[in-house]
Design a protein around this ligand. Sequence first.
Ligand code: NAD
Length: 292
Amino acid sequence: MSTHMKTHARILDGRAVADRLISNVADAVATHVDRGGRAPGLAVVLVGDDAASEVYVNHKIRACQRAGLVSATHRLSHGTGRGELLALIDALNEDDSVDGILVQLPLPAHLDEREVTRRILPEKDVDGFHPVNMGRLAVRDPGLRPCTPRGVMTLLAAHAIDTKGMDALVIGASNIVGRPLALELLLAGATVNIAHRFTRNLEKHVRNAEVLFVAVGKPGLVDPDWIAEGSIVVDIGITRGEDGKLRGDLDFDPVAARAGWVTPVPGGVGPMTVATLLQNTAEAAGLVVRAP
Ligand code: NAD
């Protein structure tokens, strides 16, 4: 591989778009409060002491402060029982000062993530993981939408990219990223393929993709030579290397030499996820947030 590789691709600048989105949330909140309204409230529930979860939760709380949202973090010990966690969710569901509830995943193994996700009222489910919200997205009547997929669509729209009619490939089929992203793309009019651990001949599908999304968490899964010239490439994966640095699923330089658009990691999808959580919380409180 040449060391002076030319970068052709334009950057999908998640940090800049996320900053604009947070400003727009802040504007909506300020207007609402000026008119005598209550600042929207987000309750974050963190169980145990997972290091990555701690980092994510801190990002979310700081972003809330920037936007003028009221956030409260409920830190529960690793050994918290099912009943105690469900009782907290019930109390937050009842609390009129709480517009959004987020239970940071993963939960400790003795707690059932499905049961917990379903306990949150769909209209307070700012992560968009409740089956009602996933179902609404599937039947083209979106309610609260999962943050990372919605953030990806906002990022594309902010760069005037419309996926309508495009051949799209989503690699990764998880409930929190791949599946809802495929539903977002279908809603936007793309022709959607979803690859996952049982997919044979990933290369064929990648070569055919005009717009490619990679959400697996395994760097090196996609050979950069497979990337179609001029395509749009969104790297959602986040892996922390042994050097402590964050990296995506793709090798940025060789991908950028072929693609038309590409996201950096960090500075691509990650900031959009956090900003979209604030957007969802403001919308759950009935506010209208301008597109960034
Ligand atoms: P997950 O482990 O739940 O799902 C991974 C998916 O990849 C599965 O559907 C699996 O079938 C698929 N997969 C595994 N091996 C494969 C292979 N060889 N070929 C094709 N598909 C394969 O992970 P997740 O929660 O969806 O997260 C995926 C990645 O996205 C992780 O790196 C995670 O850290 C990152 N992530 C980033 C953000 C963000 O804001 N940028 C948000 C959420 C998750």
